[in-house]
Design a binder for this molecule. Structure first.
Ligand code: MTE
Ligand code: MOS
Length: 747
């Protein structure tokens, strides 16, 4: 094999597979697809947070007989969107539990008349008391879910946190908060559905997880698996926001299609998408940390709570990741992390890049800077004294097997950002007065790639590969492309393993009728977990050819095609099929919440430089350095893109993106008043990869997709604290929030 000596495609900026279609506008997103005689669908939603539905009133002047109208009564089987449990109805029946909950569906050929009709439906609700904060939910001001408003709680324990805390020379406490954040994918949610007696239910749409939608539709329609088909259309970003919600809109469009007998398209506009779909879970984290006088961690007691909204959806798994990441890349013998996801009468919060970790990492990395100040050592010195090393155990009692060197990453990040010199210089300059205060701060963090705990074992993902007589190779997986690079990464992995050119690889569009279930495209798992399956499938094709004697071991690319042709002629289809098998040395205890939480982690240190205008309380990020170790880099352009995009979203989380709630409803659901960073607000992001091949990853790669979200906001918050001396406890640090804090300091 040519490949064994030097990689031909790994580490190369191979062009994005679907790039040409995207930039020329020929890529077909769901709203570009039309069917003859197609109807449009719309959703009538609850305007109150909680109550009993007393009646549905259809206003005058609308030709209602032309409309298809669907309510909960029209659901053929179960009225629930199956996810982890079955608490969320597909359409509210009798009661509503959050604003924007779907109650009635309408379809009509004329989009504009449809919108008028939607406005003419009034849902009368007898209100019930509702709750909107973590505090009220925990205090059981109203019981709105289960017996105690708690969707899920976890307890991670290592050593004896109470006993150790009693011996600590220094104790530092703190409470930290993060707000909701909207994914703001470029393409809002959308689906097209067709229901026919012969074929069952088919949906096409913008989504991350074809088999999640498949599972939900099976339950709602009461159909066997083979009568449900889910096809992913070109997807304009997901960022977690198209993880669970697409099941809802798929079900709604399919219910309208069933009742009307026509194809139905539902496309949310930006306002509906912002108001009704999931956002990042707001969080509150309390830290109590015991240390020796010289800053060695002795005990960590962490209470991490997230607001799940009105239904459970994915909150338990978001909570799980946030809980496990709450103690960071540090060694501490005694740790207790309590995690809770609670119910409020808000639209359910859901997956968003980082999946709970950005929330708990923000708290920890702000807290570490506060500890350093209390103990009287530099923030980097505090980290250095406590960083985890190979062979030591994390809070979940996982022994780190990777060759982690956090100190090296930190030093590299400091070198690239000129951290030490700037830290001193800014202090001196700020002390001289002047309106512009400058600061530099950093965060150190880790991010587990793949599903948590036994998740990958349960998923048991599958992938397949097929070669044609022309020597073209098709990759079959349910993993979706949403801008992060699945198509290109799979191509590079497969082409490298087969010793052929990238343009000989074809990625089959995810369609549950044709591709195996390779698991959801979430948890930064696609490259590391599914990519490994693709690599194995390719190796198995190669092996079939070599063992059949049609290809010599040391072949060149032009020999591959003819060998495939001869093989297919002689032996039939040239296919391979692989299934994930959990490595025997990974153990996870779901009861104790201990063990190998993740097969591998990405490790990182991010440095942010900011200036704060003391007159307007506006913060700008002036420079950003992102240093990470995520195994081998398969495509440097895509990998840097993941970091740059993640940092930009992290800047939004830290400074701008503020959801304003009123009675559980987002009231600033427009891009004019929900402020996200533009290119003007994003500094040059200097990305550096410290490459340490991960032996179990494809070509040595680990996951990268979500990591950048974890460390960006705390690095910025630490830089603001350095610039202003203000103790930042809550993000986003909008000018309004910072102005308020400055007033209290000066009062
Ligand atoms: N990058 C782009 N361009 N678009 C996206 O929707 N989603 C993020 C991240 N990067 C996303 C993205 C999220 S939330 C996850 S979990 C990972 O990509 C998923 O893809 P991966 O498994 O290939 O990392
Ligand atoms: Mo990503 S939040 O796991 O889709």
């Amino acid at each position: 094999m040519t490949q064994s000596t030097t990689a031909r495609l790994i580490g190369k900026p191979v062009q994005r597979k679907e790039g040409r279609e995207k930039v020329t506008g020929s890529a077909r997103y769901v709203d570009d697809i039309t069917f003859p005689d197609m109807l449009h669908g719309a959703t009538v939603r609850s305007t109150v947070p909680r109550g009993r539905i007393a009646g549905i009133h259809f206003g005058d002047d609308i030709p209602w007989n032309e409309f298809t109208i669907v309510t909960a009564k029209d659901i053929p089987a179960k009225n629930c969107v199956a996810l982890l449990i079955e608490d969320q109805p597909c359409l509210a029946d009798g009661v509503v539990n959050h604003p924007e909950e779907a109650v009635v569906l309408l379809a009509h050929r004329d989009k504009y008349l449809l919108e008028e009709a939607r406005r003419a439906v009034r849902i009368d609700v007898d209100p019930l008391p509702a709750i909107f904060t973590i505090e009220d939910s925990l205090a059981k001001k109203e019981i709105i879910w289960g017996d105690d408003n708690i969707f899920k709680s976890f307890l991670v324990e290592k050593g004896d946190a109470d006993a150790a805390m009693a011996t600590a020379e220094v104790i530092v406490e703190g409470e930290y908060e993060t707000g909701a954040q909207e994914q703001l994918y470029i393409e809002p949610q959308g689906m097209i559905a067709q229901v026919s007696g012969a074929e069952g239910v088919t949906v096409w749409g913008s989504l991350q997880c074809p088999y999640y939608v498949h599972k939900a539709l099976k339950g709602i329609f009461g159909l066997p698996a083979e009568r449900i088909r889910v096809v992913q259309t070109e997807t304009g970003g997901g960022f977690g926001g198209k993880e669970e919600y697409p099941s809802m809109i798929a079900a709604h469009s399919a219910l309208l299609a069933l009742k009307s007998g026509k194809v139905v398209k539902m496309i949310y506009d930006r306002a509906e998408d912002m108001a009704a779909t999931t956002k990042r879970h707001p969080s509150r984290t309390r830290h109590r940390t015991g240390l020796t006088r010289d800053g060695k961690l002795v005990a960590m007691d962490i209470d991490f709570t997230i607001d799940g909204g009105a239904y459970e959806t994915l909150s338990p798994v978001v909570l799980s990741r946030g809980t496990i990441h709450a103690a960071g890349p540090y060694l501490c013998a005694n740790v207790r992390v309590r995690g809770r996801a609670v119910a409020t009468n808000m639209p359910p919060h859901g997956a968003f890049r980082g999946f709970g970790a950005p929330q708990s990492v923000f708290a920890l990395e702000r807290h570490m800077d506060r500890i350093a100040e209390t103990v009287g050592i530099a923030p980097d010195e505090l980290r250095r004294r406590n960083f985890i090393h190979q062979g030591e155990t994390l809070a979940v009692s996982q022994v780190v097997r990777e060759k982690v060197d956090m100190e090296k990453l930190m030093n590299r990040a400091f070198e690239l950002s000129d951290y030490h010199a700037k830290r001193e210089r800014f202090c001196a300059e700020n002390a001289r007065g002047g309106a512009i205060k400058r600061g530099i701060g950093f965060a150190a963090f880790l991010h587990g790639a793949g599903f948590t705990g036994s998740g990958e074992e349960y998923l048991a993902s599958e992938a397949a590969m097929e070669a044609t007589p022309e020597g073209r190779v098709r990759v079959l997986a349910g993993s979706t492309e949403m801008g992060q690079g699945t198509n290109t990464i799979f191509t590079q992995i497969a082409a490298e393993a087969l010793g052929i050119d990238a343009d000989h690889i074809e990625i089959v569009q995810p369609d549950t009728a044709h591709v195996p279930n390779s698991g959801p495209t979430v948890a930064s798992r696609t490259t590391m977990i599914v990519g490994k399956l693709v690599e194995s499938a390719a190796k198995s094709i190669r092996q079939s050819l070599v063992e059949s004697g049609l290809l010599k071991l040391d072949y060149s690319a032009p020999e591959f095609g003819p060998a495939c042709a001869r093989y297919i002629e002689k032996c039939g289809a040239l296919k391979s099929f692989v299934k994930y098998r959990q490595p025997k040395d990974l153990h996870w205890d779901d009861e104790k919440y201990q063990g190998d939480a993740y097969g591998a982690y990405g490790w990182a240190v991010y440095v942010a430089e900011v200036s704060v205008d003391a007159r307007t309380a506006e913060t700008r990020v002036d420079d950003f350095v992102a240093v990470q170790e995520v195994g081998t880099i398969i495509n440097p352009v895509l990998a840097s893109g993941q970091v740059e995009g993640g940092v930009a979203q992290g800047i939004g989380l830290a400074l701008y993106e503020n959801v304003v709630w009123q009675q559980g409803r987002m009231v600033n659901g427009q891009m004019t008043n929900y402020i996200m960073p533009t290119s003007m607000d994003v500094p040059p992001i200097r990305v550096h990869f410290e490459e340490v091949p991960y032996e179990r990853g494809p070509a040595g790669a680990k996951g990268i997709g979500e990591l950048p979200l974890d460390g960006t906001a705390p690095a910025i918050a630490n830089a603001i604290a350095h610039a202003t001396g203000i103790d930042i406890r809550k993000i986003p640090v909008t000018p309004e929030a910072l102005a308020g804090l400055m007033e209290t300091v000066h009062a």
